[in-house]
Design a protein around this ligand. Structure first.
Ligand SMILES: C[S@@+](CC[C@H](N)C(=O)[O-])C[C@H]1O[C@@H](n2cnc3c(N)ncnc32)[C@H](O)[C@@H]1O
Length: 388
């Protein structure tokens, strides 16, 4: 296992889930840069500074800075799981780091904020708005990212929401952003969450910042729903349905509205996605319709409540992640297909939509033995695999 070597020490770190031959490390040059940069700072000499780390992908920052008893805020279940595992691996008391999700309250004042700049500009925008009330003029605010992810628009957000902002020289293709909270600045209104209306049927879909397609109907999702809803228009679906990787919940919600006999479980590894799905579902299906909203990794690692029993699910709906903060290739999709096969009852169906070039059918054939192409257009394929 590779080790991160920084002034704070040497730390063995892995991503979550741990995969054989994972091409990605559990940290990047921006983590190393920020840890080197803060090591000589006055606050880093005392354990008492109120420190918040944000978007710490696998817990590299929280583990290296654990003596400050940081809070670690991320929207990702996988990042929290990796942080817990890495603290244990490096024999750090798990209680040293308080894990916060996107909607948890922040302390009223912070001394230091170390923020890994996310690829999603909207997520950064909303996070800076939520952080703003805890910033004082002397709060140290440092962002870090690989230089290719820092744009003028990134710096504009820091300038408009936090205060005067400058960038460091690049080191190993990483850059720091140093922002001074201004007491006189009047930040603009936070535009998040946003919503859109489904053309034709009029359902209002809510999306928090950072969630997949938060403010418009994604073309792939739309194609998926057209095929799925047409298939069950005459003989409605009933039973247990899972919207796996639910995002804003549009797939599970429209399925539930058109098929009154289904009960949908919405699952996503993003807290913002699950909150969006719950808002979408409740706004359209009302307060009393049964549904479950749960954060977790795929189907069998849920953050709370009853596990999904193997062989218990009638239909799983899945528009897999193909490129995100947490996933680079199709390994998450492949893990979802294997988990779906285990979760479905005999005769149960997994419905998948993907870009044609991702060729999910070959993985589905391997896992399920067969796979139908329900429809394909120039860009997407809708696939169905049935558990035998
Ligand atoms: C392409 S989006 C699809 C969103 C929505 N179902 C739609 O069609 O509009 C993929 C979703 O999978 C989620 N995801 C990524 N990795 C996951 C994992 N390991 N477990 C559960 N959900 C995951 C992402 O957060 C994202 O919301």
């Amino acid at each position: 296992m590779e080790e991160l070597t920084v002034p704070q020490g040497r730390f063995a770190l892995t991503r979550h889930p741990v995969r054989a031959n994972d091409p990605l490390r559990a940290w990047d040059a921006a983590d190393e840069y920020i840890l080197r940069h803060v090591a000589p700072m006055p606050w880093a000499q005392s354990p008492d500074a109120a420190l918040l780390v944000v978007n710490d992908g696998s817990g590299a920052l929280a583990t290296a800075l654990a003596k400050h008893r940081p809070r670690s805020l991320t929207d990702s279940y996988l990042a929290h799981a990796a942080t817990r595992a890495n603290l244990a691996r490096n024999r750090v008391d798990p209680a040293a780091v308080a894990l916060l999700t996107s909607f948890d309250a922040l302390p009223s004042a912070l001394d230091v904020v170390l923020l890994k700049v996310p690829k999603s500009l909207s997520l950064l925008e909303d996070q800076l708005h939520r952080l703003r009330p805890a910033l004082r003029p002397d709060t140290v605010v440092i962002g870090a990212a690989m230089a290719k992810h820092i744009h003028t628009s990134t710096l504009d957000l820091f300038e408009r929401i936090v205060g005067p902002t400058r960038t460091s020289l690049a080191e190993k293709k990483a850059r720091l952003i140093v922002s001074e909270p201004s007491a006189t600045l009047k930040p603009p209104r936070n535009p998040w969450p946003r919503a859109y209306t489904v053309p034709g049927s009029g359902e209002v879909i809510t999306g928090h910042a950072g969630v997949f397609s938060p403010d418009h109907f994604d073309v792939g999702t739309r194609f998926f729903l057209e095929q799925l809803l047409a298939r069950y228009a005459r003989a409605p679906l009933a039973g247990a349905v899972v919207d796996l990787g639910c995002g804003n919940g549009v797939v599970g919600t429209l399925t539930a509205l058109r098929n009154p006999g289904v009960t949908v479980t919405f699952i996503d590894e993003s807290y913002r996605a699950v909150a969006s799905a719950e808002a979408t579902f409740r706004a359209n299906a009302g307060p009393d319709r049964a549904a479950r909203f749960v954060v977790g990794n795929s189907l069998f690692e849920l953050s709370e409540g009853a596990p999904i029993a193997r062989g218990s699910v009638d239909v799983i709906l899945n528009n897999p992640p193909f490129h995100s903060e947490q996933a680079m290739g199709d390994e998450t999709a492949r893990e979802m297909f294997v988990a779906s096969h285990a979760a479905l009852r005999a005769g149960g169906e997994l419905w998948v939509v993907g870009n044609l070039h991702l060729a999910y059918e070959k993985h589905l054939k391997r896992v399920f033995g067969a796979c139908d192409t329900v429809a394909a257009n120039g860009k997407f394929a809708v696939l169905r695999a049935t558990r035998r």
